[in-house]
Design a protein around this ligand. Structure first.
Ligand SMILES: *Cc1c(COP(=O)(O)O)cnc(C)c1O
Length: 388
């Protein structure tokens, strides 16, 4: 019986710890070895153990790919050298002339890949407010092949109804891919809600320790898996075995870390909301968040990502806060154990034109937090002194 079958029906914490982990057949090592090899010896041509060349197959990567499938309740997982490499593979399913309907509040690097790279190859992207599913439906044409959404979005924490968009996609005969980086499988499983592909920047919560760049795709359909595997090995954006080991190890504590991210996120969101210098707080756990009901239905918690604006919405006022925190480090990225503070307009989302950004609510002064798992009181104190 494979590890995957043995874990079917088990609870989340058990799955996260044991997913993909089997004792090493030659030594019994409990941790998956880092198979640092480029090739595999064959006894006669074609007589091998399923491993020929490490761009196509690697045992450490195979263990991780099993784990990815298990944690997202999917059949197949594929690991890539970065989150954008995983996104790149999905778009390469399409042909010139095909169209994609995408959310209008995407990770900056996803938007850059779509507009600056794939538009040159004749793929058309239509951006809509995906929180309004009627707009998603209205944007679909006879050429649409894929719907791409991110929920919650980065950095404005908007929520799209995955099941509703999946129903639209199914009816239209197009694929739905959901970027699940922010929610993680601890909070949300898009495949269970009808999505065809789940994408992750494993760099963030799956890895969880700010020490690796990696991406993932998870799916149920065998043919789709074969097409994406062909792209993975043909285009070659595969992660190295050491990085696969790190993500495998990260996944083992995902549930414990996420529980604390959620608890700390709750505390920080309330603190910011009650602070006299803070104007708006974007966090999907507030009952008056415009998509709260959907968030509550499709997510098991609200996480540690949030953004806020100051009443003084000047860049100077924001920069003062951004450079005054001591525990929150000013840096791009998110999802690690340590708290980070970020200025989307000049950092993670600088590749989105200013008019586009502002139109979608991403103002010049917006501040994003990735609340880590330090002591919540210390994090509050740090923000208190930085806000002055
Ligand atoms: C970081 C991120 C990506 C891109 O992933 P990389 O690992 O940096 O290539 C995609 N989507 C979201 C939501 C992200 O936060």
């Amino acid at each position: 019986m494979s590890n995957k079958d043995a874990l079917a029906g088990k609870k989340m914490a058990t799955k996260f710890i044991h997913a993909g982990a089997e004792p090493d057949p030659s030594t019994g090592a409990i941790m998956t070895p880092i198979y640092q090899t480029s090739t595999y010896v064959q006894s006669s041509p074609g007589d091998h153990k399923g491993y020929e060349y490490a761009r196509s197959q690697n045992p450490t990567r195979a263990a991780l790919e099993t784990a990815l499938a298990v944690i997202e309740n999917g059949k197949y997982g594929l690991a890539f050298s970065s989150g954008v490499a995983a996104t790149d593979a999905v778009i390469k399913l399409l042909n010139s002339g095909d169209e994609v309907v995408a959310g209008n509040d995407l990770y900056g690097g996803t938007y850059r890949l779509f507009t600056k790279v794939f538009e040159r190859f004749g793929i058309k992207f239509t951006y809509v407010d995906s929180t309004n599913t009627d707009k998603v439906k209205a944007a679909i044409t006879s050429k649409t092949k894929l719907i791409w959404i991110e929920t919650p979005t980065n950095p404005l924490m908007n929520i799209t109804d995955i099941a509703a968009v999946a129903a639209i996609a199914k009816k239209a005969g197009v694929l739905l891919c959901v970027d699940n980086t922010f929610a993680t499988p601890y909070l949300q499983n898009p495949l269970d809600l009808g999505a065809d592909i789940v994408m992750h920047s494993s760099t963030k919560y799956l890895g969880g320790h700010s020490d690796v760049i990696q991406g993932a795709l998870i799916m149920n359909d065998h043919d789709l898996r074969e097409r994406l595997y062909f792209i993975q090995k043909s285009c070659g954006a595969v992660p190295g075995p050491m990085d696969c080991f790190l993500v495998l190890r990260g996944i083992k504590t995902l549930h414990v870390r996420m529980r604390q991210h959620c608890d700390n996120g709750f505390v920080i969101a309330q603190f910011l909301r009650n602070h006299p210098k803070v104007d708006r707080v974007y966090w999907c756990g507030f009952k008056d968040h415009p998509n709260y009901e959907i968030a509550k239905t499709q997510m098991r918690g609200f996480g540690g990502m949030m953004s806020f604006t100051l009443k003084d919405d000047s860049v100077e006022a924001s920069v003062k806060v951004l450079s005054s925190t001591k525990l929150f480090s000013l840096a791009e990225s998110l999802g690690g154990v340590e708290s980070l503070i970020n200025h989307p307009a000049s950092m993670t989302h600088a590749s989105i034109p200013r008019e586009e950004r502002i139109k979608n609510g991403l103002t010049d002064g917006l501040i994003r937090l990735s609340v880590g798992i330090e002591d919540a009181d210390d994090l509050v104190e740090d923000l208190k002194q930085a806000l002055g």
